[in-house]
Design a protein around this ligand. Structure first.
Ligand SMILES: [Cu+2]
Length: 180
C-alpha cells in the first residue's frame, strides 16, 4: 500500500510522541488547529493583497516608449495591459490572455480620439462604424483563462486597443497604441 511521506511522518511523529490511539483525537485536533491557522494566515495574506490594490493578474503596462511588433498582453476588469504601446508600420501580432472573471473582447481601433474618449451610445458601447473610428480587426468575445492571437497589418497612426462590450470601455478597458 502506498502512503504519502507527509502523512507517514505525521503518523510516526504522533505515534512516537503520544504513545497510543487514545490521544489520536487530540493529535488530530492539534493538526486541525494548525491547518485552520494556516488557512487564516492565507486568507489574511490575500486580504492584504486586495487592500493594497495589488492585482496579481495585472502586470501593468511597460513604459510608453517600448516598441514591438509582437505584443503580449491581457484583458481583465477593468483594463488592458500590454508589453508595448508602440509598433512600426506593418504586421503586428497580439497574443492576448483573458485574466478577468468574465468574457472580454479585444478590438484594434484606429482613431484620433483621446484614449478612453470615444463617445458612447445609449447602449454603453460606441458605434464601431461611427465617424472618426475605424475598427481594424478583433478577437471576438473569448472566455477567461484562455488566450488568442490576432495578426493585423497596421499603417502609421493612433490606435486604441479596447473592449466594446456594454460598459467595458467606460470602465477602463482601453489602451493607447501608436504605430510609427
Ligand atoms: Cu470587456
Amino acid at each position: 500500500m502506498s502512503q504519502s511521506p507527509v502523512l507517514g511522518s505525521i503518523r510516526m511523529k504522533y505515534s512516537v510522541k503520544l504513545m497510543g490511539p487514545s490521544l489520536c483525537g487530540e493529535a488530530k485536533g492539534v493538526l486541525m488547529k494548525n491547518f485552520r491557522l494556516i488557512g487564516v494566515l492565507l486568507l489574511t495574506a490575500s486580504f492584504a493583497l486586495v487592500s493594497c490594490g495589488a492585482d496579481p493578474t495585472n502586470f501593468g503596462t511597460l513604459p510608453a516608449d517600448t516598441v514591438s511588433n509582437k505584443i503580449t498582453g491581457n484583458v481583465h476588469e477593468w483594463g488592458i495591459d500590454l508589453s508595448a504601446q508602440k509598433a512600426t508600420e506593418g504586421e503586428v501580432i497580439f497574443a492576448i490572455a483573458n485574466f478577468g472573471t468574465i468574457a472580454h473582447e479585444f478590438i484594434v481601433v484606429k482613431t484620433d480620439y483621446e484614449v478612453g474618449q470615444i463617445p458612447l451610445g445609449e447602449n454603453n458601447r460606441f458605434d464601431e462604424e461611427g465617424e472618426g473610428v475605424e475598427a481594424i480587426n478583433e478577437i471576438k468575445e473569448f472566455p477567461i483563462n484562455t488566450s488568442e492571437v490576432l495578426t493585423v497589418n497596421l499603417e502609421a497612426g493612433n490606435y486604441q486597443l479596447l473592449c466594446n462590450i456594454a460598459g467595458h470601455y467606460k470602465n477602463g478597458m482601453y489602451a493607447a497604441f501608436t504605430v510609427e
